[in-house]
Ligand binder design. Sequence first.
Ligand code: 6GU
Length: 248
Amino acid sequence: MNYHVMTLFPDMIRQGMNTSIIGRAMEKGLLSLDCIDIRAFTKEKHGHVDDAPYGGGAGMVMQAQPVYDCYLHICSEIHAETKPRVIYLTPQGKTFDQKMSVEFAKEEHLIFLCGHYEGIDERVLNKIVTDEISIGDYVLTGGELAAMVLMDSISRNIPGVLHNDISAETESFSDGLLEYPQYTRPEVFEGERVPEVLLSGHHANIAKWRREQSILRTYERRPDLFHQVEFDKKDRKFIKEQLGLLLP
Ligand code: 6GU
């Protein structure tokens, strides 16, 4: 995976991404990260990349030309045969989820466009953007943190990035359910014991208990997700007994 980030704050992205699992994946050559300063493509002598909105109103709008030239520069560097995917981070986009993350992870190149101010001139967005993505219903000052959220999540779905025993498969959302609770030593903390089944060494019972905990958690905390999960016969029996719900 090769990430290309178009931004006015390239150092913010570099500093945010060079630690931890993602930094190691870059050292291993599984990922590359290219942060390109949009300001380097301005043709104005004072280096401006923004101007007042036509029609009036508060704030400034990023101009089309520096963004477009930055995009063309990336395209010439990657000499791809097909048009690369360009993700514009915006609260007006589709809300990012694990399914999108898995899909994006299959691309060879991903270009992220980070906006600032009141937005970017619509004409360049129409020309280059393939995906508009939001990370949730709240406002950020710019797209940089959102781009880093996407890169972190997408990277975990690339083979070799995660250590084998943290495999992305067994985690929250891979089957549409939340994770079961985890415990480690000591057996008693502030008077509270670890659930007995986890000390039993009985692997089938442990797996059953964890599955049931995932189901209960998802029902209590994320009813929206619960109603989208495909449950098997055993699950449905448990749900009927524990929750009194009859699923179709
Ligand atoms: Cl993706 N970008 C910005 N600028 N603000 C956001 C967002 C993205 N998602 C939520 N708020």
